[in-house]
Design a protein. Structure first.
Length: 814
């Protein structure tokens, strides 16, 4: 039987093969039929698949024709976009004949200087609006519970409760309902029905708030994953540049998240493992307005057909085939064909010819995403189910096709949604089309005036910066033969009869009108700023007419009126409806039922984010007013302080305590105040005792310090005495050493005297003892030195006499 199926699949393309195989897998009983019946059933299946493909191809052809009409009808809009982009990039808006000189066919267009104020004004407006609507530390939307549970409970109480059921008759002597039995204590008072209803409403309100917080966090996670703020700022840039910005969402995509884990391998070592998980989540993205082709309508709510162009390479199509709902066999069949852009290819080539910004499209496939409202028959042809004649349901189908191949067919991810998931924002709305006007279009005439005046100014400055030379042809010629002046130069006068050179050669200076032209240029710039409603004060350039800070704030508030209108239009046209559909998607497809409930989406672009500076000053004024005890009782202090922190762009969650923590601190303070009377006396007695103890401790410390000082003084005196005794001992030892040295010297002298003068040592020792006993040692030393000196002189004389004696020729005795 398997051979019967295989033979039936021969000759089919991948799309038909996949469709037949899927049908066989869904109906396994077909494989149990006899071969002839099985062949007949397969032929019917193949015929049905081919009929469906023919119907799908016919629908795609109709959509392609409708798309081509939309492309052709947008030619004028795209021409305006080309001019806007060129003007933004600095291309001159002047006609060719006015822009540069054509003398001698020498067109020096690229050398002309330009003043591109369009880019500056566009970037300024886009930055201001983006700062208002997409702040770095706050959301531009909020979610609140739809029902006021406490108010609803109070309204029910005011309207009256239904009467209670009749109480049964009590026997005589029995206690009445609500009264205690005889001998029993009186029970505590029970809350009334009104209090119970209000308490129940408050508890339900807390549950709703918890669900709302969870839903808000969930939606914010979806937006963060989609880079919502980045796409939003780019939409504002598109709107300011060419007049319209486009965002798509929510649309469902399959994303892959990587998560690392750890486990032990066969060797018992911990190794990292990578788990890839796939999730279907709602996303939003910015759409290039040039690739966005809606049917002619005034607003997106009235539009029933939208085509979006995706220029994809072969690898991008392979990646697209991995998304949910994409027909992989159809993508495989598409990759067998060569890229053919069709009508949009001619459109892109014209764009590249006229615009300074080029688009790369060669070798790419033009994959179209269509969101259209289809009839019941068309939906059945696509296999999207039967609506059972429900006229209240207007289904929006999402179709992806390329070069006649249907890649995807599905209904809108939001069952109750009746419009395509595209949202547009315009800087300046147009009454007859979805596409609005940007700042380059509004600034076209001012930029042209500025270009003209600037060209005149540069021309006048050039011609008046140097002399204009006049010469008589044939009589005066330059020495180098070049009729251009680039510095000092020689000129020849060929006519010798010329006596006055000024008659044949003269230099004149043209008048300079720069000051007048500058005034006109300044006037043109001011008029241009007024024309686009972006005065200098709104560009961060306050003038002298604003002397005070309060006046500056008022003037800034007045100058921001146009930007506030633009912000409000984005709140109404894009932020609120798109966030609301994210909420609907989570209610329909979300898996967490604990965060589901009735909530309302509100945009905050013009209510909170735009007025932070003014709001901060107003809060300061309110703080001064509520300092009065008469008004302080009406102020919610915690909420007020959080508003102050938010207005200052400071996180209140990090710095402020929660309400529960604040209540606990208040209770502690109240308890301390109730114990204040007795605690004050006790604290006073403790303070007096503490002072007495302190004085006693001070006296003890003084006594200890005195004792320490006395001990230190005694130690210093003992050390000084020891030092003096050691010094005296050193002096005595030194004196004894000197005496010993003198004795040694005397002994040496005595020995010399005894040798030279025959003086006996006994005599010398006798004289020494006499000198020592009479303390006349110095005199003795002098006497001995004199005697030694005399002996030395006598000896020298004897030697001289022996040398000169003739009888002593041998020198004997010397």
């Amino acid at each position: 039987m398997a051979s019967t199926v295989d033979s039936a699949l021969d000759g089919l393309d991948p799309v038909e093969t996949a469709a037949v195989a899927e049908t066989v897998r869904a109906n396994p009983e077909l494989l149990q039929l006899p071969d002839e019946q099985q062949r007949h059933a397969l032929d019917e299946i193949i015929g049905a698949v081919r009929d469906q493909r023919v119907a799908a191809r016919g629908l795609i052809k109709e959509l392609e024709q409708s798309r081509d009409r939309i492309i052709a009808g947008r030619a004028e809009i795209e021409q305006r976009w080309v001019e806007d982009v060129n003007q933004y990039e600095g291309e001159s808006t002047l006609p060719v004949s006015k822009e540069y000189s054509t003398e001698g066919n020498n067109r020096e267009r690229d050398t002309q200087t330009k003043v591109n104020l369009t880019r500056a004004r566009t970037n300024m407006a886009a930055a201001r609006i983006a700062d208002m609507l997409f702040p770095a530390n706050d959301r531009n939307w909020d979610l609140q519970p739809l029902t006021d549970r406490v108010g609803e409970a109070l309204r029910k109480v005011d309207a009256g409760q239904p009467p209670q059921a009749a109480q049964p008759m009590q026997p005589p002597g029995a206690p009445q309902p609500g009264m205690p039995a005889p001998g029993q204590p009186t029970p505590a008072p029970q809350p009334t029905d009104d209090q119970t209803a209000v308490a129940t409403g408050a508890a339900t309100a807390d549950q709703d708030k918890g669900k709302c917080d969870g839903m808000r966090e969930k939606i914010q996670n979806y937006l963060d994953d989609s880079l919502y703020s980045e796409h939003g700022r780019r939409i504002i840039e598109d709107g300011c540049k060419i007049g319209v910005g486009v965002m798509k969402g929510p649309f469902t995509r399959k994303i892959r998240r990587k998560r690392f884990g750890f486990q032990r391998n066969s060797q018992g070592r911990m190794v990292a493992t990578l788990d890839v998980m796939e999730h279907r989540v709602p996303q939003c993205t910015r759409v290039d307005p040039r690739f966005f082709y809606p049917a002619a309508a005034r607003t997106m709510e009235e539009c029933e057909q939208v085509f979006e162009l995706h220029l994809m390479s072969r690898s991008a199509i392979k990646e697209l085939a991995g998304q949910d709902g994409i027909d992989k066999p159809a993508a495989e069949l598409l990759l067998r064909q060569k890229p053919d852009l069709g009508r949009v290819g001619d459109n892109l080539r014209k764009w590249n010819q006229r615009c300074v910004l080029k688009e790369e499209f060669e070798g790419l496939y033009a994959v179209w995403e269509a969101h259209v409202v289809l009839s019941k028959e068309q939906l059945e042809a696509l296999g999207l189910g039967d609506l059972d004649g429900d006229v209240d349901v207007i289904p929006v189908a999402e179709l992806w096709f390329c070069q006649g191949e249907l890649l995807r067919a599905s209904l809108s991810v939001l069952e109750a949604d009746r419009r395509p998931p595209y949202w547009t924002w315009c800087y300046e709305r147009a009454d007859d089309t979805i596409y609005g006007y940007g700042i380059p279009w509004l600034y076209r005439n001012p930029q042209r005036s500025i270009d003209s005046i600037w060209l005149m100014l540069m021309h006048n400055m050039a011609v008046s910066s140097g002399p204009q030379v006049f010469y008589k042809k044939g009589i005066v010629k330059p020495k180098d033969g070049v009729y251009k002046i680039r510095g000092p130069k020689l000129w020849e006068v060929e006519d010798e009869d010329v006596e006055d050179v000024s008659k044949v050669f003269r230099a004149e200076t043209l008048p300079n009108n720069a000051s007048q032209l500058m005034e006109v240029l300044k006037l043109a710039m001011e008029l241009g700023d007024d024309e686009i409603s972006l005065p200098s004060i709104a560009q961060g350039q306050p003038n002298d007419a604003v002397p005070t800070a309060a006046g500056l704030i008022q003037l800034l508030n007045a100058s921001n009126i146009v930007q506030r209108r633009c912000a409000k239009s984005m709140d109404d046209d894009l932020i609120s409806p798109m966030i609301e559909r994210f909420y609907v998607w989570e209610m329909l497809h979300g898996e967490d039922d604990t965060i589901k409930g009735d909530f309302a989406v509100s945009a905050r672009g013009t209510s909170v984010l735009l007025h932070k500076d003014i709001k901060a000053q107003h809060l300061q004024i309110i703080a001064q007013i509520t300092a009065d005890p008469r008004f302080a009782v009406y102020l919610k202090e915690g909420e007020f302080l959080r508003e102050m922190f938010e207005a200052a762009d400071v996180s209140s969650e990090v710095l402020l305590r929660t309400d529960e923590e604040a209540d606990q601190i208040r209770q502690q303070q109240a308890q301390a105040s109730r114990q204040g009377a007795g605690a004050a006396d006790q604290a006073k007695a403790q303070a007096m005792q503490a002072q007495t103890d302190l004085k006693r401790q001070q006296l003890e410390l003084e006594q200890q310090r005195f004792q320490v000082e006395q001990q230190q003084a005694a130690e210093e005196r003992a050390m000084l005495h020891q030092e003096r005794m050691a010094e005296l001992q050193d002096k005595a030892e030194e004196r004894q050493a000197r005496l010993m040295l003198k004795n040694t010297e005397l002994q040496i002298m005595a020995a010399r005297l005894a040798t030279e003068k025959d003086i006996s040592l006994a005599e010398i020792e006798k004289d020494l003892q006499i000198a020592q006993s009479t303390n006349n040692l110095a005199q003795f030393m002098g006497t001995m030195n004199a005697r030694l000196k005399a002996a030395t002189i006598a000896k020298d004389r004897q030697e001289m006499s022996l040398k000169v004696d003739p009888a002593n020729a041998s020198g004997t005795g010397i």
